[in-house]
Design a protein around this ligand. Structure first.
Ligand code: ADP
Ligand code: MG
Length: 604
């Protein structure tokens, strides 16, 4: 008999996405999920369910759609939203008022509701997401409170505390969905579509950028992600999903009133997503169903019900920080074999940068950065020649990191001008500078810890203006090439936080290289590396220069500096004290004095 075992072996293709292990192992869970989904959707048709139970299902399904919005904004993007019930309410009131008061068709009011919720989410997001953190939490709470007051007090329009009743079921293909089971099936189909969308989202450019923002917003911005835009998109999507859920909720229950859409409901949505697991749409749906069913199951407890309910929720959240789905998926991950990556198939990294232009790639003119009274950078003027390795050295606290931060826009300079490749970038944001070809690594490594190595690097590859194809396969190939260049391609599928320190440094460099930079900023790349790793790093930097890339680096290891740099600039107290080639600079008396802390010598 012929050996057919090769049929079961996954063929390693470098450009191929590896969402979750080999193709074969993805297929079966997918089929299982679809079958389960269809069975669940058809339950009401096979079992005689009371209207009461159908109502609970209806609530679970419509709430879940809103909770999926929380998955996007909180789970994927790491932004808090305590006004989800407002967007849910906007969808519901659009349907309620639209059908009952204005006599419009449900489907039109559904679109209206989605539109109003989306616009509200966009405006709120755009005006507040610059703030982030606690401010964002506070402002969303205020927004929620205002919505609550409007619903209650603008009675002539909203019906006040009495709400709106008599909302009718929509018709579909000429059939009025007055049968609870038929309407529930429609809502379930909408929920499934929403789950599919939220499940698909993280693998897209925007979804990857969202996760990068969650993992390390500063690094995402510096890598080229327009973080504000990504956060606004997430917030808006979240509001859209809530609007859809609210619209179907209103027609499902025929009656809506303000207490369905108050702050307590927003907290409930938050609890649902955290309990189920914010990283996956399945978690959101699971958490919602549980929190709706739990009170029903606990009803027999009568007086102590609320206490037990609260305790159960707290316990689950404390002991399962990634939610119930987080626990399930981490168990499943253990049984998943990663796709073997054939490193030889990965194309070599194209880093070529033509350096015909004799002008300097970077010019700093009297750049200053003050922190209150601290003059961290105090009037630096310097030029960096194309295709060179230019080192910035100086004692601790002399302003080196601050110079780098001013260079790539993390800090706005207090005064002075920065010209990069002929463009005045003094006022540009970090992601715009990344888009012009400035790459960067950090003194304290800033990766996206919970993402895989290759995904980290793909975020670098997807920077604006990167001269590669935009598709996922091209991004992945570019990322693998960059990883191969630094010798990390075989670790592509490892979650970054599980890598040793030296490897993380290399991944950070690969992330910058994937963006095809013209100019690479490295802040103490050799810090924490052993002698072998330092030697490898030196070789890597020389290889980079060989491709025409300009490297501007801060480094403490004088041996390494001497070996690789063409030019050295020395800072002390935020000022340039010497500049030139290594043999000149490292013997300069002011430099020696600065390093030995002998200021009298420097003054003399
Ligand atoms: P280096 O990288 O050369 O060791 P830094 O650029 O980190 O030095 O710091 C230069 C000076 O600026 C130090 O005195 C430091 O305390 C101060 N500094 C740096 N960042 C900030 C900040 N965000 N706020 C206030 N002071 C700062
Ligand atoms: Mg520093």
């Amino acid at each position: 008999m012929k050996d057919l075992s090769f049929l079961n072996k996954p063929v390693p293709v470098p450009g191929k996405p590896a969402r979750s292990g080999s193709e074969a192992s993805v297929f079966k869970p997918l089929v299982a999920v679809i079958v389960l989904g269809v069975l669940v959707a058809l339950v009401p048709f096979f079992f005689q369910l009371s209207p009461y139970v159908l109502n609970i299902f209806m609530q679970a399904v419509t709430y879940s759609i809103a909770v999926l919005g929380m998955t996007v904004v909180l789970g994927y993007t790491g932004q808090i939203n305590l006004a989800q019930a407002t967007f849910f309410g906007l969808g519901a009131y659009a349907v309620g008022l639209g059908t009952v008061v204005l006599g419009l068709n449900f489907w039109i009011t559904l679109l209206l509701g989605i539109g109003v919720a989306t616009v509200a989410g966009f405006v709120l997001g755009l005006t507040t997401l610059r703030l982030g953190g606690h401010y964002l939490a506070m402002i969303t709470i205020s927004f929620q409170q205002i919505f609550d007051l409007v619903l209650l007090n603008w009675a002539s329009v909203t019906g006040g505390p009495d709400g709106i009743s008599g909302i009718e079921r929509p018709s579909l293909f000429g059939y009025v969905l007055s049968d609870d089971r038929a309407y529930l099936l429609l809502c379930t189909v909408v929920l499934y579509l929403a789950i599919y969308f939220v499940w698909w989202l993280p693998q897209t450019r925007t979804g990857r950028a969202m996760r990068a923002v969650r993992e390390n917003e500063l690094a995402a911005e510096v890598t080229g992600v327009n973080t504000l835009r990504v956060k606004v998109i997430a917030f808006t999507l979240s509001a859209t999903l809530a609007g859809i859920g609210g619209a179907f909720f209103a027609a499902g229950f025929a009656y809506i009133s303000p207490d369905n859409f108050n702050f307590a409901r927003s907290i409930e949505f938050l609890t649902m997503v955290l309990l189920g697991g914010a990283q996956s749409p399945f978690g959101g749906a699971l958490g919602t169903s549980l929190l709706i069913l739990l009170p029903e199951w606990l009803r027999f407890l009568k007086e102590v019900y609320l206490a037990v309910y609260g305790l159960a929720v707290i316990l689950i959240m404390v002991f399962l920080p990634t939610g119930i789905w987080g626990l399930i998926s981490s168990r499943m991950l253990k049984y998943r074999k990663p796709v073997p990556i054939d490193v030889t198939d990965i194309p070599a990294l194209d880093l070529e940068i033509p350096i015909a232009d004799p002008s300097p790639i970077l010019k700093l003119e009297n750049v200053q950065k003050y922190f209150g009274g601290v003059k961290a950078v105090n009037g630096i003027t310097l030029e960096v020649a194309r295709g060179t390795v230019h080192a910035l050295i100086g004692p601790n606290g002399s302003g080196k990191t601050t110079t780098l931060n001013v260079l790539n826009g993390i800090y706005k300079s207090t005064a002075g001008k920065i010209v990069f490749d002929g463009v005045d970038i003094t006022e540009k944001s970090p992601h715009e500078r990344a888009g012009l070809g400035i790459g960067r690594t950090f003194q304290n490594i800033r990766l996206f810890p919970a993402m895989s190595v290759v995904e980290n690097v793909m975020v670098g590859a997807q920077r604006e203006n990167n001269p590669i194809e935009a598709g996922r396969a091209a991004l992945r190939e570019r990322a693998l090439s960059a990883l191969k260049f630094v010798g990390m391609a075989d670790k592509a599928e490892v979650i970054v936080k599980n890598l040793p320190y030296g490897h993380q440094r290399l991944v950070e460099i690969a992330r910058a290289l994937a963006g095809h930079p013209k100019f690479l900023l490295l802040d103490e790349p050799a810090a924490g590396l052993n002698q072998t790793e330092k030697k490898e790093l030196g070789d890597l930097l020389k290889r980079l220069r060989g491709h025409g890339l300009t490297v501007f680096l801060i480094e403490h290891d004088i041996g390494l500096i001497e070996q690789i740099s063409d030019t050295i600039t020395v800072l002390n107290f935020g000022k340039k004290i010497a500049e030139g080639d290594p043999s000149y600079v490292l013997r300069h008396p002011d430099v020696i004095a600065a390093y030995l802390g002998d200021t009298s010598h420097a003054a003399a």
